[in-house]
Design a protein around this ligand. Structure first.
Ligand code: FAD
Length: 500
């Protein structure tokens, strides 16, 4: 009698997090799951509504996409997928199916959910299917057999051969020790339940600060709102961007890489190439770098001027070029030398963010309306916030404090150690020394396989990280376009490993 062949246990994969990036990873993998058949068990864990993720779950209609709808797609090849879905489905969500280049973000959230539902249906047809659990993972550690043991907030523990962390945006960096109560909101996306006449102080003047002001406007907030930061700089106003073909950057990147110059190119050299693209698009003679790098703080005057440029007819300017630069940022970041990276992150990151992460003119006009009505002010020179009476005092470098009733930390997603320690799972990854904080944000990962790198630089086999948590490695991790291309690469890596 021949011996019964040993039955191999199934290969188990866990994906933690299913926002737009997790949905894209799953989409890239599902078409290949049937090749592996029932020997594979794929589990997706996320306690939130899966699909939209943080940015596209907002209930506020004034929270608009800040990237043109026709550049927003969760399909790596079909860039028009969202635009086509919108034509068919927007009306069902109470939103016009065309017309606005920047529709409400919640519409993209509904599209992401539609993509996910389709992917799950395909997975069911393809064979092993995907098991969805609404659980929060709180720890992932390697066991003695080289597999990954995951603990969930429910207390459940399970072991996997491979784990993909698509955790998305980390909590904001803590601004002051007092933050976290109902009068000092740590989470600007969590409902903004503030008394209607409260004086609200918002820490942050970039996209998240703008989100807070617009949410308060939509809520009919009657009290004054102050957006404050060190620079006092609002994002630049997005004009009519058009698809722009870069003339110099692609050749520059190819040339540098051919000569093996990764990590060896100075910041000025990279800035000069981007500057040349902008200059040619704008038809201007020379970029005045001192004006670009040291803009004045925002005010009704600067906002009005920004709007005038953005809304002037036939503009083919900076915003179109910068939109075309976004997908190239990871390659440029890779080319930069260490000094260039440090200078960008320590000195110029604010100006860079204000330019690259611009906001639609329609939102700018709403802010201007609030400013003109005296309901909103923007101030530079913020140096701290401290408790004062039943509220807080916002302190400024010019020594004229402002009293507010409620403070909102709107500094945006965090990237540093403080933010990594604020979420249980990333805290556990650091404390177990499975992962280390990357000096430029997030955690260190291998550029090719997305596997986590430990303190000694060694790779953790089978533990992958994708999305904003890899910011230090690629810099551009906070636009859907970049998430989708990262997710497609990671899906290839995971599919290859599972098939092997
Ligand atoms: C306010 C805001 C506005 C934005 N607007 C735009 C825009 O207009 N256009 C654009 O291109 N990009 C925009 N972005 C960037 C965009 O959010 C990202 O590019 C990308 O879509 C993020 O998707 P994600 O799935 O990686 O992360 P997230 O959307 O953060 O989703 C992560 C998911 O992981 C889950 N999760 C986290 N931790 C755990 C855990 N321990 N266990 C289980 N599940 C977990 C969360 O519940 C969540 O569902 C915006 C970002 C922000 C913050």
């Amino acid at each position: 009698m021949s011996p019964t062949p040993a039955v191999r246990p199934p290969y188990r994969v866990l994906q933690v997090g299913c926002g737009p990036t997790g949905t894209s990873v799953l989409r890239g993998l599902v078409s290949r799951l049937d090749a592996v058949g029932t020997r594979l068990e794929y589990e997706v864990a996320d306690p939130a509504v899966m699909g939209p993720g943080l940015a596209f779950s907002t209930p506020y209609d004034l929270h608009l996409l800040n990237v043109r709808a026709d550049r927003m797609s969760l399909h790596p090849q079909d860039k028009g997928e969202f635009a086509h879905w919108r034509q068919r489905s927007a009306a069902a969500h109470g939103i016009p199916s065309a017309g606005d280049d920047y529709p409400p973000r919640r519409l993209f959230g509904a599209y992401a959910r539609w993509v996910l539902d389709d992917v799950l249906r395909t997975a069911r047809r393809a064979g092993p299917g995907v098991r969805v659990t609404h659980e929060r993972a709180v720890a992932v550690r390697r066991d003695g057999d080289g597999r990954w043991r995951c603990r969930f907030a429910s207390g459940r523990v399970a072991t996997y051969d491979r784990v993909v962390l698509a955790l998305g945006h980390l909590p904001s960096a803590r601004y002051a020790p007092e933050e976290g109560g109902s009068r000092f909101l740590r989470d600007p996306w969590g409902g903004l339940e503030v008394p209607a006449d409260a004086r609200v102080g918002v820490i942050g003047t970039r996209l998240t600060g703008v989100d807070v002001a617009l949410a308060l406007l939509e809520r009919g907030h009657a009290g004054p709102v102050l957006l404050a930061s060190r620079s006092g700089l609002l994002p630049s106003v997005k004009g009519r961007t058009v698809a722009y073909e870069l003339a110099h950057l692609p050749g520059f990147v190819a040339d540098q890489r051919r000569h093996g110059r990764d990590g060896g190119v100075g910041l000025e050299t990279v800035a000069a190439v981007i500057g040349r693209e902008v200059q040619e698009a704008e038809g201007a003679r020379r970029i005045r770098w001192s004006e670009v790098l040291h803009p004045p703080p925002s005010s009704p005057v600067t906002l009005r001027a920004g709007l005038a440029v953005a809304e002037s007819a036939g503009v083919l300017g900076r915003q179109s070029v910068l939109a075309a630069v976004v997908p190239w940022v990871p390659a440029l970041w890779r080319l930069l030398d260490e000094l260039g990276k440090q200078r960008l992150m320590s000195t110029y990151v604010g100006v860079w963010a204000a330019n690259i992460a611009s906001f639609p003119a329609v939102s700018a006009r709403r802010l201007l309306g609030m400013m003109d009505d005296g309901r909103l002010a923007v101030r530079p020179g913020l140096i701290g916030v401290r408790p004062s009476g039943s509220g807080y005092e916002m302190r400024f470098a010019d020594a004229s404090p402002v009293s507010v009733d409620v403070v909102v930390n709107a500094t945006g997603p965090g990237y540093g150690r403080d933010s990594l320690l604020a979420a249980p799972l990333t805290r556990d990854l650091l404390s177990s020394r499975t992962a280390v904080a990357h000096r430029f944000g997030g955690v260190a990962v291998d550029e090719r396989t997305f596997e986590v790198r430990g303190a000694d630089g060694s790779v953790a086999p089978g533990l992958h990280v994708v999305g904003d948590l890899t910011r230090g490695v690629w810099l551009a991790t906070n636009a859907v376009e970049n998430s989708v291309s990262q997710a497609a690469q990671l899906a290839d890596v995971v599919a290859g490993a599972v098939e092997r």
